[in-house]
Design a binder for this molecule. Sequence first.
Ligand SMILES: [Zn+2]
Length: 463
Amino acid sequence: MKIYNTMTRQKEEFVPVEPGKVKMYSCGPTVYNYFHIGNARPFLFFDVVKRYFNYIGYDVTYVQNITDIDDKIINQANDEKVSYTAVTEKYIRAFFEDIKALGIKGADIQPKATDVIQEIIDFIAKLIELDAAYEVNGDVYFSVESASHYGSLSGRKLEDMQAGARVETNEQKRNSFDFTLWKKAKPGEPEWDSPWGKGRPGWHTECVVMSCSNLGETFDIHGGGVDLIFPHHENELAQAWAVNKKPLCNYWVHNGFINIEGEKMSKSLNNFFTLRDILKEYDAETVRYFFLSKHYRSPIDYNTGILDESAKAVQNFYNALEAVDYLKTKEDKVVYPVEFTKYTEAFIEAMDDDFNTAKALAVLFEINKLISNQENSNELRVSASHLLVELGTVLGFFSDIDKKLKSGFSDISESLINLLITYRNEAKTRRDWTLADKIRDDLLALGVQLLDTKEGTVHKLLK
Ligand SMILES: [Zn+2]
């Protein structure tokens, strides 16, 4: 299996630290608002990464942090005129509701920054002891000049960055790229006691402490959006090198940007769609399909046209499953015919190639064709429906299949049959017996019998 590593800028063979196990960390939400569609991309992608590793037999430990202390949270609390814990509690709850609504299983360990303040303080003290950090008037900074690897992840050199940098206004810092590990509290802000006075931790330290304490000094995969490479991940890595003298992880995995109707997401364009709002209009599986239809590293454009197409694609899967009455055979032990191996292999080959979900979806469509093709035997179609659900589940689809096939989608079938009855009646009125009979016969072939009664035409399902 190959994974693209941002550190080396190439696809590399995946070799886990511990055989059979995957230890991965991805940066979680800062809980000051409902998360937007851009945040949803890494949440959903790493959900699929975990599902896939499980599918091919790995035991996965997935850690995702919750940043529950940050300037943005303090600003939001001031705006809402509530305490900062009222803000974090509200949006932590919302975060879990929203990922659940999107069909994301969630991380195995989900630590909050405020739960590990003492560990963060100990870690900063170690950095100071090692001369990698220094304290000035209650603030603690990391010294980038002490870090010989600084810039290795983002591919930047400190000298080049300094040449292009604006004049630094913070005269406490030795180097303008030194970053804050501990921030002195201002009056009215949340604060914790520390050897450097009352204050709170910086974001870059929170993540390095929460990842290493749960996964070890060097773990397998560290992920997040491409916008986190610099400075966040670069700064996490610099601290890890300073303390552990080892790389933080073996594979840095970053997902691409999301644009909205061709524009960058920005406050000024007012195009920050929250996932919550999108799920009012689109089904969770439509949103999932939308993301997975593009490779995770490619930029993706959010627009209603693509969402509508995604909805149709998902509907195709359900139509096929309904055509073979999947729920009736759901519990049956189905033995796949030998020729199905090529589909499973193609799926695994796509996912093994740096999680190419777009190609994996194309395999699902091939299987879908087998189910929809009425020239195939019923046995083959039923087997194919089981394979579709098996592989689709790896990508996070079909988690609500019972409900969908029984309710919403059955309603649509009901409406479609009634629509065809209307067309047949219109044909009869025009004395177009050929078409009227064709509609009746074709529906019968699908297992729907039409009965002309005094009260009008009714239909009966023959299965
Ligand atoms: Zn992080």
